[in-house]
Design a protein around this ligand. Structure first.
Ligand SMILES: Cc1cc2nc3c(=O)[nH]c(=O)nc-3n(C[C@H](O)[C@H](O)[C@H](O)COP(=O)(O)O)c2cc1C
Length: 267
């Protein structure tokens, strides 16, 4: 990779609880890329996409589907993708089938070339469902293994060997039948299902401040949802009194990426 290539790519991501953000930063670091990295929540993201031809685009998987906020961002900026080269990174708790393929199909529709796909297993962010919950020690190990994989992928990318995770027809079939048909429309149907326990809520405003959709407001010193949840679980994992739930009725275990990293490993 020459000096020009090192600045030739921009990374754009969405991350609910920090897993995807962490993976993007690690990949850029391992690639030796001194470039810009933006969340789709930042105003600069759109401008950066306009300036670069090569993109890394990253997001977490939700029920073998794209988070609503990511789908909306891609569609709202449909005219930006024409002629871009896009490498897709998808993080997930266990399995997604065609995680990278989900946005690849949209990007191709809007004229982009999808250069590759990468799936990275990270700690599960669904704090109120028991199924995939792991002890902190196992989650730390998961993050360590993710780091190893990102290092190996960076070496391969520099040699021109590009992974194609989630991009084949077989991945598409696996994603569809593995989960998506079963959970069909779950992401959309759950837009207005956020539950806030008013007896627990202390009105600190942490959820209001961090919601990527501005879906939360404080009314009479209690948090209230407006019905536009993207199911990222950021508020649920950050609420200091565990007053917010979505799919389950009780917070079982809160976790954000910082919990699984040493101070000097945080991005
Ligand atoms: C609503 C929801 C649904 C999820 N569905 C899946 C899934 O179908 N398969 C999977 O492997 N992980 C699933 N996960 C786990 C996340 O993809 C995983 O924890 C991801 O790394 C979170 O990234 P983030 O911290 O950047 O938001 C789901 C998470 C959420 C919040």
């Amino acid at each position: 990779m020459n000096e020009k290539d090192k600045r030739n790519v921009v990374a754009i991501y969405f991350s609910g609880t920090g897993n995807t953000k962490y993976c993007v930063h690690m990949l850029m670091q391992e690639l030796g890329v001194q470039s810009e990295i933006y969340s789709i929540e930042e105003g600069e993201a759109v401008d950066a996409i306009k300036r670069y031809k090569n993109l890394i685009f990253a997001y977490p998987i939700q029920y073998s589907n794209l988070p609503e906020i990511v789908r909306e961002f891609i569609i709202a900026n449909a005219e930006l993708w024409n002629g871009k080269n896009i490498f897709i990174l998808a993080t997930m708790g266990a399995f997604s089938g065609d995680g990278a393929g989900l946005s690849a199909r949209l990007f191709r529709k809007y004229g982009a070339v999808v250069t590759g796909g990468l799936h990275i297993k990270m700690p599960d962010s669904v704090a109120d469902v028991k199924a995939l919950k792991k002890p902190d020690k196992e989650n730390r190990e998961l993050v360590r293994r993710a780091n190893e994989k990102l290092k190996q992928v960076a070496v391969k990318l520099k040699q021109g060997k590009i992974p194609k995770d989630g991009l084949s027809i077989w991945h598409h079939v696996a994603g569809l039948f593995g989960q998506r048909l079963y959970f069909y429309n779950k992401t959309r149907k759950s837009k207005d299902r956020l539950k806030i326990d008013r007896t627990k809520c202390v009105g600190c405003g942490e959820c209001v401040e961090h919601c990527p959709k501005n879906n939360l407001v404080l009314r009479e010193k209690k948090a209230q949802a407006k019905g536009d949840c993207t199911m990222c679980y950021r508020c649920i994992n950050r609420c200091p009194v565990q007053a917010i739930t979505l799919l389950g009725d009780k917070v079982i275990c809160q976790g954000v990426i910082e919990n699984y990293l040493e101070e000097n490993e945080r991005v």
